[in-house]
Design a binder for this molecule. Structure first.
Ligand code: SF4
Ligand code: FES
Length: 251
């Protein structure tokens, strides 16, 4: 499919033409069959996959489904598999692909909604409940009281792990998650490490063990590094999984 306007722009400006092949399927529609559809468009300077998809959607295929919110690598909505690797569409430039051929698939391991759209939200919510992703303290909260001081390096370590945007890319890149449905993945283990480091959380290692001390938790990780290699926020996932594993082994 070639958009006529694009064809003219191509001729006038000399920009290259790229081909984006997209997996299309609607599991809600009984008549729908999984298929690939290829769209040809003109690559403009600085084009990201997000911009390319918007262009396809607005000029060629208004039925194409994909997710996005922020366009800035913050919301974690636009993750998809790009030429075999899970990535954020809004942070991936089309000019990275020398031959101009890009294939897009929905993120595996999550519920498929339609085309490139998957439901990461419900999974993330269930994971948060499973690892009890909140501060556990017996202290009564007094909003008028001055906050307890925290050592700057500890605050920095907590902040570093809090940068997770729940994009699901670490799960899509994880062999354990593909084999083991209930594995909490690097995102869940990172979350437990975040609270284990935080001095506001009074949980003991034994209490963390109850949450992640099995093969669906910290002992399921095979250290294949797929999570850390693909995490768009460069979180120190393997270091923190090892940190939690050392703690859990001692229990
Ligand atoms: S740990 Fe990284 S890859 Fe995993 S959900 Fe968080 S930001 Fe995404
Ligand atoms: S649209 Fe928010 S991370 Fe890509």
């Amino acid at each position: 499919m070639i958009n006529r306007q694009d064809q003219e722009l191509n001729n006038e400006e000399g920009f290259r033409e790229i081909e984006i092949t997209v997996f299309k399927y609607n599991p809600q529609d009984k008549a729908s069959k999984p298929e690939y559809q290829t769209y040809k468009l003109v690559e403009t300077p600085g084009m990201t996959l997000y911009i390319a998809l918007i262009k396809i959607w607005s000029t060629m295929d208004h039925h194409l489904s994909f997710d996005f919110v922020c366009r800035a690598g913050i919301c974690g909505s636009c993750s998809m598999v790009v030429n075999g690797k899970p990535r954020l569409a809004c942070k991936t430039r089309t000019n990275e692909f020398e031959d101009g051929k890009i294939t897009l698939l929905p993120l595996p391991t999550f519920k498929h909604i339609k085309d490139l759209s998957v439901d990461t939200g419900n999974w993330m919510n269930a994971m948060s409940v499973k690892v009890e992703s909140w501060i556990h303290t017996k202290e009564k909260t007094d909003v008028a009281a001055i906050e307890k001081p925290v050592e700057p390096d500890v605050a920095q370590a907590v902040f570093d792990l809090d940068r997770c945007i729940e994009c699901g890319i670490c799960l899509a890149a994880c062999s354990t998650k593909i084999m083991r449905e209930d594995f909490v993945g690097a995102v869940g283990l990172n979350r437990t490490a975040r609270f284990a480091i935080d001095p506001h959380d009074e949980r003991t290692d034994e209490e963390f063990y109850e949450l992640i001390g099995d093969d669906n938790g910290v002992f399921g990780c095979m250290s294949l590094m797929g999570c850390e290699d693909h995490c768009p926020k460069d979180l120190p996932l393997q270091t923190k999984i090892a940190y939690m594993r050392r703690k859990m082994v001692k229990v």
